[in-house]
Design a protein around this ligand. Structure first.
Ligand code: FES
Ligand code: FES
Length: 205
């Protein structure tokens, strides 16, 4: 295509876009950051988008005011100082941020903090103590089921839920239902062995 035809093509394209005159057409051509501004210009804390959330966290009642857009993971780590749950991918793909809401496992990076209002949240900090480890924590130690440990809080929270869900009866079942929790160190053999050891000591939900 010649320079002249290139210019004509670009001019026609711009004209067509402007004539179309719809937000959808324009937003489809904008960079992601600009699109976000178009789709949610009102979502700034200055514009009154903070909300009050009341919930139980590791058995203790809490009430805080948070940005309505905040994820549960960010609220736990940055507002409550509970840094056990880790931010791995922040996209629901690695499981490092796994916590329990009302006893069920969730990826806290994909869960709005606002959703826990009136709910019961449990993190790795709430399942045992230095003097009395949870059976799953002890089993991870016994089986050397970690190397760097970054994924471990999420693995343990997912493993407890997996057992309570009745989905840890065989090594294959454990591998399948723990597949949402990635371990970059490849400690999977130890993780499966740890879950097998702890399962009989954990009540099903
Ligand atoms: Fe939440 Fe990866 S940080 S799934
Ligand atoms: Fe390092 Fe799992 S122990 S990522």
């Amino acid at each position: 295509m010649s320079d002249t035809r290139d210019r004509q093509f670009l001019e026609i394209t711009r004209r067509q876009v402007l004539e179309a005159g719809t937000l959808v057409s324009v937003s489809g051509l904008l960079p992601v950051t600009a699109k976000a501004q178009v789709s949610s210009p009102q979502l700034t804390p200055e514009n009154g988008t903070t909300i009050q959330v009341s919930f139980q966290i590791n058995g203790q009642p809490r009430a805080i005011e948070i940005d309505a857009r905040a994820s549960l993971l960010d609220m736990l780590r940055e507002r409550l100082g509970l840094v056990g749950a880790k931010k791995g991918c922040d996209h629901g793909q690695c499981g490092a941020c796994t916590v329990h809401i009302d006893g069920r496992r969730v990826a806290s990076c994909l869960t709005l903090a606002a959703k826990v209002d009136g709910r019961d949240v449990t993190t790795i900090e709430g399942i045992g103590s230095a003097d009395a480890l949870h059976p799953m924590q002890q089993a991870f130690i016994d089986h050397d089921a970690l190397q760097c440990g970054y994924c471990t809080p999420g693995q343990i929270m997912a493993a407890i839920a997996c057992v309570k869900e009745g989905l840890a009866s065989t090594p294959d079942q454990i591998r399948e239902y723990m597949s949402g929790n990635i371990c970059r160190c490849g400690a999977y053999v130890g993780i499966v062995a740890a879950i097998e050891q702890a399962a009989p000591q954990i009540e099903r939900g």
